[in-house]
Design a protein around this ligand. Structure first.
Ligand code: CIZ
Ligand code: SF4
Length: 298
């Protein structure tokens, strides 16, 4: 199957970008594996004709916004993000009207239409930098992840209005899950993603985005880690540090949307050049500004 991918990729002059939450076999055929920030940066600079985005819909949309002249394929068309769906452009417009002078920070886990209604985007890797760079004389509205919003507020000291969205996969993790994992692996360091609830984040030895967690685990002198983010990160961790052990904090830390892309679908998508992700040009232009403001900061 990976031979078929390699052959088609060459024929189509395609680049395969895979999020670190993807299945191991999908990560292994990708030209680049990373978080949404790194993948957006790759999408912006690639000279391939076709971008095959192994991730979820909003990520492929960001690629289409940043590279409007490329064909962007999302092998599994129904791979959405429930958190991104928790804020619509209409609802955001209404909320903005209630907060005079507001500046909106949109987590990249949002639709292009929501990005178009926002002032700047951020990812979990650069959220603290982005929010710290905002002018202090205007209120901030952060959409859509309330847990990430809470963490940013604590870390930066900046007051923010937060949307009430959340990631089902991360928000489901409980303090009990962490306590159970710690009891089973008392020597392990607890690494937590800020999409988890504040009371779970409070139990962490270290809190960061996926890239931050991976870097920390690789550099730490410790040998054992409890990982509180989506299961996909175990693949690069185990590959890059086979001498260390990584334990998922709970078996529920699996995003069904991220896992819905299979190798078969990647092959089919390259054969058929479907499903294509496009963004309305008017929305694209506005959303691009929000993404570019973020990319100028990081
Ligand atoms: O930004 C991303 O790629 C996501 C979804 C998580 C992270 O922390 O990298
Ligand atoms: Fe969305 Fe959470 Fe899945 Fe990421 S892990 S795609 S935030 S539901």
């Amino acid at each position: 199957m990976s031979d078929a991918v390699a052959k088609l990729k060459k024929e189509r002059n395609a680049v395969i970008l895979a999020h670190v939450y993807q299945r191991p076999e999908v990560q292994d055929v990708a030209d680049f594996v990373g978080d949404s920030l790194q993948l957006a940066q790759q999408a912006a600079k690639t000279d391939a004709d076709v971008i095959v985005f192994c991730g979820v819909h909003f990520m492929a949309e960001s690629a289409a916004i940043l590279s409007p002249n490329k064909i962007v394929l999302l092998p599994e068309e129904n791979a959405g993000c429930p958190m991104a769906d928790m804020v619509t452009a209409d609802a955001l417009r209404r909320r903005k009207a209630e907060i005079p002078g507001v500046q909106v920070v949109a987590y990249v886990n949002t639709s292009a239409a929501v990005k178009a209604e926002s002032d700047i985007c951020c990812t979990s890797a650069n959220a603290l930098k982005v929010v710290s760079a905002l002018p202090e004389d205007r209120p901030i509205l952060f959409v859509p992840d309330r847990n990430l919003g809470d963490w940013i507020t604590r870390q930066t000291g900046r007051e923010m209005h937060c949307w009430e969205g959340y990631c089902n996969t991360h928000d489901h993790l409980s303090v009990d899950d962490i306590e159970r994992a710690k009891a089973a692996h008392p020597d392990a360091e607890v690494l937590v993603h800020p999409e988890c609830r504040p009371e779970v984040v409070a139990k962490a030895d270290f809190v960061a985005s996926t890239t931050g967690l991976i870097r920390y685990a690789l550099e730490s002198p410790r040998k054992s880690f409890i990982i509180a983010t989506e299961e996909g990160v175990l693949h690069p961790l185990r590959k890059q540090a086979p001498e260390k052990t990584f334990h998922l904090a709970a078996r529920t830390l699996i995003c069904p949307n991220m896992k819905s892309t299979s190798l078969e679908k990647v092959v089919w998508s390259l054969q058929e050049m479907q499903p294509r992700i496009t963004v309305d040009p008017v929305i694209r232009e506005k959303a691009l500004k929000s993404l570019e403001r973020m990319l100028a900061i990081v």
